[in-house]
Design a protein around this ligand. Sequence first.
Ligand code: MN
Length: 203
Amino acid sequence: MEKKPYVLPQLGFGTKELEPYITEPQLQLHHQKHHAAYVNGANAILETLDKNRRDNSDGDAKALSKALSFNAAGHLLHTLFWENLAPAAKTEPKPHGLFAKVIDSEFGSFERFKKEFSQTAISTEGSGWATLVFCRMTNRPLLMQVEKHNTNVIPMFRALLVLDVWEHAYYLDYKNDRAKFVDAFWNIVNWAAVNERLEAILK
Ligand code: MN
């Protein structure tokens, strides 16, 4: 198998298309600077690991593995996040299909799910993510906070929906008002993509 580097994905929508919920300057900064930094960071660590192995040099295993976890998870979460988003005009206000059924069965109603997901996002300490994952051990969707990009992550849980609540995700548009950003997020969720992820997991 050919080795390949991590690649910054293209967005599935125009940079103005999430406005007014996420403005073009905010989206460009987030994608082109912050997300790109995790891609470049992860690739630099892979190159360092290759070099250390060629040179038979030890390197700093603790620092390298910690930084790889942070940067690669940052890249993965941002990739999921962009796929979770869609222009308000092109998405439905509510989920449908299998995902809607699973949400109703777990949370009782979409409104209750929205409230719990928002609370998860708003109460994340410092920088992190709200994630809805699917647990095959219990066959239940679970809300989990991720701190930074990689603390609290249990890799076997497959993500359905993620929301970035690092300040870099909303500061230009909402200053420090995270709750306002979380509220805006609900207008631009790509429910079709979320439903496809769930169907792929349950296949
Ligand atoms: Mn981010």
